[in-house]
Design a protein around this ligand. Structure first.
Ligand SMILES: Cc1cc2nc3c(=O)[nH]c(=O)nc-3n(C[C@H](O)[C@H](O)[C@H](O)COP(=O)(O)OP(=O)(O)OC[C@H]3O[C@@H](n4cnc5c(N)ncnc54)[C@H](O)[C@@H]3O)c2cc1C
Length: 322
């Protein structure tokens, strides 16, 4: 079966890998190559943030957790399992996604000013290594990736898969999609290996250590299309991050990045039959959780295309995708 996937962010690439490894003849078309996408800006910690509906998000997040934990065994994937701590200023019940992780524990030794919190071990996906890893896996399975900006979805192919994120607003006229602007600052590594999150303010404060740097955030500006980093906001982010993790006082600022999360009331993952054209499987609107949901969604995309057994294919990570 010939499948055209539009979009080479984490959603498009993961879907393409999944389909190609199931035996489909997959061709990815994208305006921006993987490292130029919103997905490349993501922090990208496993955390179901600003994506609905809860029941489907829970299933996709749980499945992705399992696949990422397997991928972490291969250093070339860019996936690293790390301890993460979420802290709160008021007592909280367990998070709604609690059963998606194997080992959530209450934390009692909290930083000053916090009264509740929990920790769990979860994947940090280092996108600079991970997106090229997915691209290699796609090529290995016989797929292709071509840069091309489309004015509308293609009509050819046996099936088209639409993974264009926020751009689906213009491409398929989905006005439910709105940008949620996120700004982050890259700091130098100072020996930190635990992820920290304080989601209690108007904007979340997070600290995500990676192999060679630390990403700190963030902002959450609904409706803003501005891709320019704001240096006053950056300064305020660094102050918040240093308050949460005082060791960051020793870290230097390496750079600034902004991305527009594809915000939508609910993730759109469904098949649409078009008169006189090939059917489309839409998969977009993942908000702040596109990485977190990527494998669960990709398997459902493959099933909607017609490959029901994608899960068993994926549980073995090909050793050759180096
Ligand atoms: C600051 C920040 C931090 C984040 N942190 C996290 C995190 O910790 N964990 C997490 O899970 N998520 C996080 N996210 C959210 C995550 O980045 C998104 O949900 C995810 O990137 C969406 O991926 P996508 O593949 O659907 O879209 P994108 O990455 O935007 O990719 C869309 C693709 O479609 C292509 N395209 C668009 N229009 C056209 C066209 N007309 N023709 C051809 N191709 C087209 C683009 O070129 C691109 O290749 C964060 C986001 C931001 C901004």
């Amino acid at each position: 079966m010939r499948v055209i996937v539009v979009g080479a962010g984490v959603t498009g690439l993961t879907s393409a890998v999944c389909l190609a490894e199931c035996g489909a003849d997959v061709h990815v078309i994208a305006r921006d190559l993987p490292l130029e996408t919103t997905s490349a800006v993501a922090a990208a910690w496993w955390y179901p943030y600003r994506a609905l509906p809860q029941d489907r998000v829970m299933a996709w997040a749980r499945r992705s957790y399992v696949v990422f934990a397997e991928l972490a065994a291969d250093a070339r994937s860019g996936v690293v399992m790390r301890d993460g701590v979420e802290v709160h200023r008021t007592p909280q019940p367990d998070p709604w996604w609690r059963s998606a992780v194997p080992d959530l524990r209450r934390v009692h030794d909290l930083p000053a000013g916090y009264v509740d919190g929990w920790s769990f071990r979860g994947p940090v996906v280092e996108t600079a290594g991970y997106l090229p890893y997915l691209h290699r896996r796609l090529l290995q399975a016989g797929g292709t990736l071509t840069r091309m900006a489309l004015g509308c979805l293609p009509t050819g192919g046996d099936v088209v898969v639409n993974c264009t994120g926020l751009a689906s607003r213009a491409l398929v006229g989905d006005t439910e999609l709105l940008p949620i602007r996120g700004q982050v600052v890259r700091l130098s590594q100072v020996g930190l290996d635990t992820v920290w999150l304080d989601a209690s303010g108007t904007s979340p404060t997070y600290v995500v250590p990676r192999s060679t740097d630390i990403v700190v955030g963030g902002t959450d500006e609904e409706g803003s299309w501005d891709l320019q980093p704001d240096l006053a906001i950056a300064q305020e982010i660094v102050v918040r991050a240093r308050r949460l993790v005082p060791r960051l006082a020793a870290a230097d600022i390496l750079g600034h990045r902004v991305g527009l999360r594809p915000g939508r009331g609910c993730v759109r993952l469904e098949r649409e039959n078009r008169e006189g054209a090939s059917p489309v499987v839409h998969c977009y609107g993942h908000g702040g959780a596109g990485v977190t949901l990527s494998w669960g969604c990709a398997e459902e995309v493959a099933a909607l295309v017609g490959y029901q057994n994608s899960r068993s294919e994926l549980s073995s990570v090909p050793r050759s995708a180096s």
